[in-house]
Write a protein that binds this ligand. Structure first.
Ligand code: ADP
Ligand code: GLC
Length: 475
């Protein structure tokens, strides 16, 4: 199949979270199955990569707000896999979706430019897709465009598949954006697909107009069809339940394996874990802490957003640091109050905790390798990648049984099968009990067996890619 894959972030070129990891790995796995894949994404100011070249091709996209010139750049990444970059002034800024002052005010234009530009780019390079694979609200308008703008063309025969990575982000804009973008006004009703409580919703348009829907775990696929998990769109999702499939993400083993990871001070494997201790000592030293082989090291690497459960984690960390001989290392950026409280906590326990505010790819790898336990007490989690990486790195995940965390971590109580510590209720008490179980495991002879079971899991992208192939054929 010819697959046109649209994403607003693609590792290693641009990244704010797991979407980039998926868009950086799934297309390659599809190409290895024999498909021809073209990924289309913005050329943000921050994108730096020597593989990227200008193509000399340009597009003019007609919108009511003006005729926008986009030039095409390209990187050949692997056999059967190219990434096309859309270069336009609206993407030439610091930040992908916003900056220190908040979200950009013209995101509705920027993420109309991306999907419309992507379809035009495919035409410009003579690529005729069988499937147009969309990811989240930033590309969702392509589903509508394919239905309304391309009848009778080769593109009009393509099927669209929309993957939902996070329903909490919907791309909702004031109603005035309908006219500004030139969208069909008759569809701006709740039933028509574009209106969500008086606003224009890019995500809803995708949910209604895409030929098939997927999300990044089977449990999240069920959760989003309930009022508790649906972010107001559960009714739309229930109506499309037949079209919705849950497929868990994989691990890009080229980027994330402790045997070959160039970011680590020492490599290791399930057969020989000794390098892991060196990674732990080095990470502690990086944060100015003394070696502590006898104390469990808890790590986290995360966007600091409500989703990630910081309101539970903060008091739990404080309790751990106060009452137990533990170490904590954290990396994250996001909401200011969370950054501030984490930094403050680390300052109160300078010999036990280190906190780095910011986004740091290499450090994320080093922390995954260094930890004894990886903390992920998410309020909700569509899939989650860090718990997969931590298992691959022999770092035992402590997770809440929600979304993809429930689907990818097996609790220790499953005799001989456990790969992590799983708690259910979203409460401080339940997290505390999980942390006590972690302390018990650390001081028990069973720890290495749990690590090794995690490292032996098959989270390969090939398996997920085959599931997507199935969805494409169905569409
Ligand atoms: P989400 O996409 O919701 O943020 P995931 O677990 O799916 O959660 O993916 C997060 C990805 O982003 C992982 O690759 C993780 O290592 C990375 N990441 C998150 N925060 C940071 C950070 N501050 N620095 C470096 N990498 C980060
Ligand atoms: C989103 C979700 C995360 C998921 C990622 C990639 O950012 O929050 O759970 O792993 O997308 O699908």
């Amino acid at each position: 199949m010819n697959i046109l894959f649209l994403s607003s972030e693609v590792a290693p070129f641009s990244k704010s979270g797991g979407l980039a990891d998926v868009a950086g790995a799934l297309p390659g796995a599809l190409a290895r199955l024999g498909h021809a894949v073209k990924v289309v994404t913005p050329l943000y100011r921050t994108v730096r990569d020597e593989r990227i070249r200008g193509t000399g091709l340009g597009l003019t996209l007609e919108f009511p707000f003006g005729a926008e010139r986009v030039s095409l750049h390209e990187a050949h990444v692997a056999p059967g896999l190219d990434v096309l970059f859309l270069k336009h002034g609206a993407f030439d800024r610091d930040g992908l979706y916003g900056d220190g002052r908040g979200e950009f005010g013209d995101n509705h234009r920027r993420f109309a430019l991306l999907p419309v530009g992507a379809l035009s780019a495919a035409q410009a390079v003579g690529f005729v897709p069988d499937v147009v694979h969309l990811n989240d609200w930033q590309t969702a308008l392509a589903a509508l465009a394919l239905r309304t703008g391309y009848e009778g063309t080769q593109l009009g025969r393509a099927r669209s598949v929309l993957t939902l990575h996070n329903l909490a982000y919907q791309g909702n804009f004031p109603a005035s954006a309908v006219g500004e973008l030139g969208l069909p006004r008759e569809l701006f009703t709740p039933e028509g697909g574009l209106e969500f409580h008086g606003q224009l919703s890019f995500m809803k348009a995708g949910l209604v107009f895409a030929d098939a829907l997927t999300t990044v775990s089977p449990t999240y696929a069920r959760e989003i069809q309930t009022p508790e998990g649906g972010n107001g769109l559960d009714g739309v999702l229930r109506a499309r339940a037949q079209a919705l499939t849950g497929i868990v993400n994989g691990v890009d083993v080229e980027a994330w394996s402790p045997e070959t990871d160039a970011h680590l001070p020492a490599s290791y494997s399930a057969a020989d874990l000794s390098g892991k201790a060196a990674c732990k000592a080095a990470a502690l030293a990086e944060f100015g802490l003394a070696p502590a082989p006898g104390a469990p090291l808890f790590v986290f690497v995360t966007r600091l957003a409500e989703q990630k459960g910081m309101d539970l984690l903060l008091p739990a960390l404080e309790g751990l640091l106060q009452h137990h001989d533990v170490r904590v290392l954290g990396l994250g950026t996001g909401e200011y109050w969370m950054e501030e409280r984490l930094v403050h906590l680390a300052a109160r326990f300078p010999r036990k905790m280190g906190m780095r505010v910011g986004y740091a790819e290499a450090l994320a790898h080093r922390l995954e390798a260094a930890g004894d336990f990886f903390l992920m007490p998410s309020r909700f989690e569509p899939c989650g990648l860090n718990q997969l990486y931590s298992q691959a790195y022999g770092t035992v995940p402590v997770v809440r049984a929600v979304g993809g965390l429930a689907d990818t971590v097996v609790d220790l109580s499953e005799e001989g099968q456990g790969t992590g510590i799983v708690f259910r209720e979203y409460s401080g008490g339940a997290l505390w009990h999980a942390l006590e179980r972690a302390l018990g495991l650390f001081h028990s002879p069973g720890l290495d067996a749990v690590r090794r079971r995690g490292m032996a899991q098959d989270f390969s992208w090939e398996r997920s890619a085959r599931a997507y192939e199935w969805v494409y054929r169905g569409a």
